[in-house]
Design a binder for this molecule. Sequence first.
Ligand SMILES: C[S@@+](CC[C@H](N)C(=O)[O-])C[C@H]1O[C@@H](n2cnc3c(N)ncnc32)[C@H](O)[C@@H]1O
Length: 486
Amino acid sequence: MSINPAFLEYFKNEFFSEDADGFGAFQKSLLRPLKKTLRINTNKRDIGEFVSDKETVGWKFGPTPNGHVFHVDREDTTIALGSNPEHLRGDYYIQELSASMSVWLLADGAVHPEPHRILEIASSPGGKTTQIAEHYPNAFVFANEFNKERIVPLLENIERMGLLNIAVTNMNGVQFRELPECFDLVLLDAPCSGEGIGYKAAESLRYWNVKNVRTIARLQKKLLIAGLTSLKPGGMLVYSTCTLNRMENEEVLEAAKEEFGDDIEVVFSKRFWPHTEIAGGFFVAKISKKIIAYTPEPRQNDEIRSRIWVPKWNVHSYVERGTENSARSSRFGEVSFKPNRDIGVLCDRALETVEKALETLGTELPADAKLYRYKNDILLIRSTGDIAPILDRVYAIRFGMRIGRIEGNVFEPQAPLGVHFVHRNLSKIELKPDMLRDFLRGLPVATGDTDESGMVQVLWNGAPLGFGTVHNGLLKSQLPKYMYWK
Ligand SMILES: C[S@@+](CC[C@H](N)C(=O)[O-])C[C@H]1O[C@@H](n2cnc3c(N)ncnc32)[C@H](O)[C@@H]1O
């Protein structure tokens, strides 16, 4: 796949006019495949323990500048990294190293147990949302994504990583300008032209043109101004892109500076060049907001109608939605700023039914988790801090984890309950390596025990992998669809 000459000319003139060797190395690095990296989910696993467990089965780990992310090499690659049971139950997330740096920098590489209210403006597929929840385990995170088609992978990844402290919204990120000074921290991992991800989406380099770049930069400016408006004074925002040109990076920061003046300060910024970092091309900037209140100018509704960014080459399964999209954004003011009134607390009778069922299963839930209801779904939520004022204003399409359904007086456990929690009173079946493939394909697997019958909890390496049912010595999985063998 070729690289567009206009792209090469722009980069040569802007960055490499006096560095022919550097330019050559940069060009060579653009389409080069990257070494695999994974991020260990510290909400589920201790890093040292996970590494030593997997080393015993031939995995080799190499350190990276992100203490939770490792290069990984495996002797046996018959099972893809993404189909491995530890991946399926959320012990790790396959995340590119540069992409992992936005949240790492936001958190200064630390885990912060204090409660925070955090917004991620452009979240799907959820690499950074789930990473935020690891660095801020007691935060409540609003994960927004405008593209409806990209909501499903976001929900799946949040569920796969076992998170209870996230609400998902489906708004145009520009609309967050209407929620001033609400969040302690904001991440804007902006939609971009993708120059840094040629290793997986070469089309971004082939179809590159300045007009496209300027169009997306206009949206990025609006999104950044919205993010900074929604940030509380004293808060911190990280802006990142997987692209390298100045128009989508420094010029976007300059536009924010023009809008906010001395109320904001860019405290750090870095361009991750693929040829020097040996990682994806990336840009990240950390912006602090001073304790001087910012009052946004009132604006007309039509000014905030910016469209979703859909690249022409259709990478990452972005889908063009044409008229449906523009109709929706023009209605945004009325549509999104209302709460989801179907989410609420359980009535006494429903609460009793659910608690009784969980007691029968011997389910061990976190002490600070609360039960809510969305229609017939039972949701489990951990929310520290006051999130009610935000939930009163935005329409959350998912709130916490869906652990079951209630029909009359009957509670039906749903798959995530079997993946992420231990049920003391359920029989356990430890999966052997030769049972794994069929189990994950939903095929019956012989257990060698014909006495057992009914619902069981299946374990892998001693920890839950999900629910199953056994009958006549055959075990069948009850896993969520995204855990099926691919
Ligand atoms: C770079 S991706 C985000 C990746 C994500 N942060 C992660 O780490 O997995 C940018 C996302 O912005 C979404 N997007 C595009 N236009 C948007 C808008 N106006 N408001 C909010 N999100 C938008 C895209 O659909 C895409 O999912």
